[in-house]
Write a protein that binds this ligand. Structure first.
Ligand code: PLP
Length: 381
């Protein structure tokens, strides 16, 4: 029997990730934040782009500090970096289980801790272990998510003095709305954090995420923690995007069909042809992370994709593996089985697609599907 080799490329949709642009975005943020150190937030599989290639490319660019959310993500980042190749903080902190702490110590992961319970557990389980590394001490200054309350700062400072076996590396907090530069919450958080920091003299501090770096007051402290801006999301919504595009996504036309006026397209017949229409069926769906909310119906405007730099609307519901596009107005030369349609790229930014689908760039990226043909470009020698 003759073995059948799979074709070199058989993807119905192709995700291209420009690691050179990623590295350049990191360098831009580093330059903007100086003299603070620029870390990289690589949680959720490097915002969906692939943790290992992302961490490797950023380390090569000079990044030395990484943030993940889960211990399992930290293990992957550590494998990419090697034992001594940089610091990895775990944002979600710890569950009170001894094997979690053991895994953190083994893989040289540093937890972000935000309660005395967590701190006590860490000190008991990891404290004094030769390879246990300092943790980051998180305060909630307005988010009310993870972290100690500001009024616990004095007790936390006393705790650190009482537990020299479990030292802290940073005092930390997180913005709730830094992408809205004029939200008064930003100033409140900056001031609350300054008051907290004052109780930890000598301890480095970290506050800013991507958009925080661009706030007029530049609250960069000692370390900044950008995520979305590295991956090309706009940290300054409403203004030109200062970052380079990292992600491109194309979907291929599988079949073309002619639809008569009054005929409907897709599940539940939510889109009705108003004229004789040319419909391209694309090999991408919600199982690939294209939000079902990108659906374009008779009553709701959804997403548009690009052909030759011009936009064409989705027709009907996004289904699991397929999406229909109304290409009636597209040049015939661009419309044929196998033709590629831009879902993300030069014409449609991650922020554009997010807006059209009623979500945010973060969700678009972290939902990117697992069955795309993934192509990494821009990797230096
Ligand atoms: C996700 C996260 C970041 C990165 O935020 P971006 O807005 O993507 O730059 C920074 N700090 C914390 C605590 C986070 O959870």
């Amino acid at each position: 029997m003759t073995p059948v080799a799979p074709p070199a490329s058989h993807g119905f949709a192709t995700l291209t990730i420009d690691l050179g642009a990623l590295a350049e975005n990191w360098r831009r943020l580093r330059d903007l934040s100086q003299p603070a150190e620029c870390a990289a937030v690589v949680k959720a599989n490097g915002y969906g782009l692939g943790a290992a290639p992302v961490v490797t490319a950023l380390a090569k660019a000079g990044c030395k500090t990484f943030f993940v959310a889960h211990v399992s993500e930290g293990v992957i980042a550590r494998a990419a970096l090697g034992k001594t190749g940089g610091r990895i903080f775990v944002l979600n902190g710890l569950l009170p289980e001894a094997d979690t702490v053991a895994a953190m110590v083994e893989h040289q992961l540093q937890p972000v801790l935000g309660s005395f319970d967590e701190m006590n557990f860490w000190a008991t389980q990891a404290g004094g272990a030769a390879s246990a590394l300092p943790f980051a001490l998180q305060f909630s200054t307005g988010m009310n998510r993870l972290g100690l309350a500001p009024q616990e700062a004095g007790a936390a400072a006393q705790w650190l003095a009482d537990h020299p076996q479990a030292p802290a590396a940073y005092v930390m907090s997180h913005f709730a709305s830094s992408e809205e530069a004029d939200d008064p919450l930003n100033a409140q958080q900056i001031e609350a954090f300054a008051a907290i920091r004052a109780q930890f003299p000598g301890l480095p501090a970290t506050l800013a995420n991507s958009s925080g770096i661009f706030l007029p007051r530049k609250p960069v402290c000692d370390l900044v923690r950008p995520g979305i801006a590295l991956y090309g999301g706009n940290p300054t919504p409403g203004m030109a995007n200062p970052m380079r595009r990292v992600v491109s996504l194309t979907a291929r036309m599988i079949q073309l069909r002619d639809v008569m006026p009054g005929e409907t397209v897709g599940y539940n017949a939510t889109w009705t042809a108003k004229r004789a229409s040319k419909i391209a069926i694309l090999g991408i769906g919600y199982a690939d992370g294209l939000p079902r909310a990108a659906t374009n119906s008779d009553t709701k405007q959804g997403a548009r994709f690009a052909l030759g730099g011009r936009l064409y609307p989705v027709a009907g519901r996004v289904s699991m593996d397929l999406t229909a596009l109304d290409v009636t107005d597209a040049p015939a030369a661009l419309v044929y089985p196998g033709a590629r349609v831009e879902v993300l790229g030069e014409t449609i930014s991650v922020d554009d697609l997010a807006t059209m689908a009623g979500t945010i760039s973060y969700e678009i990226l972290t939902s990117l599907g697992r069955r795309y043909e993934r192509v990494y470009v821009g990797i230096g020698p």
